[in-house]
Design a protein around this ligand. Structure first.
Ligand SMILES: Cc1cc2nc3c(=O)[nH]c(=O)nc-3n(C[C@H](O)[C@H](O)[C@H](O)COP(=O)(O)OP(=O)(O)OC[C@H]3O[C@@H](n4cnc5c(N)ncnc54)[C@H](O)[C@@H]3O)c2cc1C
Length: 382
């Protein structure tokens, strides 16, 4: 652990006293605030003037049970279970069925399909997605358990649940100073001060920067660019059309109210920043899709880029820092942030709340999945 090199400007007199201060108002931070609501004193601070301004406001809103390594699949199954039962305050469901299909060369589909996906003949694939060209692909596989999530509604659901239980949420409040005081932290965020027993680092692409601010060693979390766009279509896709992805990971598309959402599926290393698309990104994607599917695109409605952030092993980081007392990581969700969100929040809340005095000391995770995500695994730090 590094020394605490940052001067503290907030005064202890005016600081909010909390058990858990969450840094970051994306899906990770908001899901945790919601999971902790009513169980201890919680505050959440977000740099930007609005919640979910960064990656969580820029996703493809798909939850795919067969996507990702085993711990991700387990977290996704549990998250799906939770979200299937949840509805927003008007009683609307937050997730609904939306199948996921891989298409491409035999070898690529074989390699990219996971257990639980059904192999499809080309005819079967084209029955489900008539826009697919007969000569555009050799093989296909289908995940029937995949769902779409209404991401804004889910984020609002967590925010409302947290606020209703008295969680203090501040936007336009970047954490700028942090100091270890006694058994807790004195933190300055925007114009406010917090005295927190535990701090949760849910800062997405900025998670390593936040660690440094707290004098905690970084974990080598790398942000990667991913672009997406909404395009209008001359012939709308049936809303039941599955999301279709190239098995060689070069594009995907899915139906959307605007027409279709398309993405080049890129994963290009980036610094932490407010990323924007580059000229030609969307046009190149449409060119690649055109070889496989005839979408009849008439225009680009909107394009955006977000940062998907992961450590070297591609798994999220959840747990108490090995050396920083009261510093808890909830970061590195990569392309799985929504599909793992509820299960990660439940596990993080369990660790933060476990046992008498657990709010003051680091608690090691109980389940195998939670152990796989523990920051201790990244002990040789970069
Ligand atoms: C194009 C695209 C498609 C995707 N599709 C999917 C999908 O279909 N399904 C899926 O599960 N995932 C998907 N993802 C990934 C998913 O969006 C992310 O995993 C998830 O949003 C990460 O959430 P987060 O809360 O960790 O990060 P963020 O949403 O980035 O939130 C972190 C927040 O921390 C704040 N912050 C940073 N520093 C500070 C500080 N010093 N003080 C206070 N606040 C701070 C930031 O402003 C930011 O708002 C996609 C991502 C992209 C880019």
């Amino acid at each position: 652990m590094r020394g605490y090199g940052v001067a503290m400007t907030a005064t202890t007199n005016s600081a909010h006293d909390v058990d858990v201060l969450i840094v970051g108002g994306g899906i990770a931070g908001l899901s945790l605030a919601s999971a902790l609501a009513g169980k201890c004193r919680v505050a959440l601070v977000e740099s930007e003037p609005s919640l979910a301004y960064h990656t969580s406001g820029r996703s493809a809103e798909q939850l795919i049970p067969s996507y990702g390594p085993q711990p991700i699949q387990e977290l996704t199954r549990r998250t799906l279970g939770t979200l299937r039962d949840a509805a927003d305050e008007d009683g609307r469901r937050l997730v609904w069925p939306s199948r996921f299909m891989l298409v491409g060369a035999w070898a690529d589909v074989g390699q990219a399909s996971h257990e639980g996906m059904q192999p499809l003949s080309r005819n079967q694939a084209r029955e489900l997605v008539p826009a697919l060209r007969a000569d555009g692909f050799e093989a296909a596989a289908l995940d029937i358990g995949s769902v779409r999530v209404d991401a804004p509604a889910l984020l609002a659901f967590h925010e409302e649940r947290a606020r209703a239980a008295g969680v203090h949420i501040s936007v336009g409040s970047p954490v700028h100073t942090a100091q270890r005081v006694g058994e807790g932290w004195l933190v300055g965020a925007g114009a406010e001060g917090f005295h927190a027993v535990n701090v949760v680092n849910a800062a997405g692409a900025w998670a390593d920067d936040v660690a440094i601010l707290f004098g905690v060693e970084r974990l080598g979390l790398q942000p990667y660019r991913r672009t997406a766009a909404l395009v209008s279509l001359a012939e709308p896709l049936d809303p039941d059309t599955p999301m279709v992805a190239a098995a060689d990971n070069t594009w995907y598309f899915r139906p959307d109210e605007a027409g279709a959402l398309v993405s080049p599926s890129e994963a290009e290393p980036s610094r932490a920043e407010d990323a924007v698309p580059r000229p030609g990104d969307v046009e190149r994607t449409l060119e690649l899709i055109r070889a496989v599917a005839d979408l009849k695109v008439t225009g680009v409605v909107r394009a955006w880029t977000g940062l998907r952030t992961s450590p070297k092993d591609g798994l999220p980081v959840m747990g108490f820092d090995p050396e920083g007392p009261g510093f808890f990581w909830l970061a590195g969700q990569g392309g799985y942030g929504f599909q793992t969100s509820s299960a990660l929040a439940e596990d993080a809340a369990a660790q933060l709340l476990a046992g008498p005095g657990a709010l003051r000391t680091g608690v090691r995770p109980a389940s195998e999945t939670a152990r796989a995500l523990d920051p201790h695994r990244l002990s040789v730090r970069t």
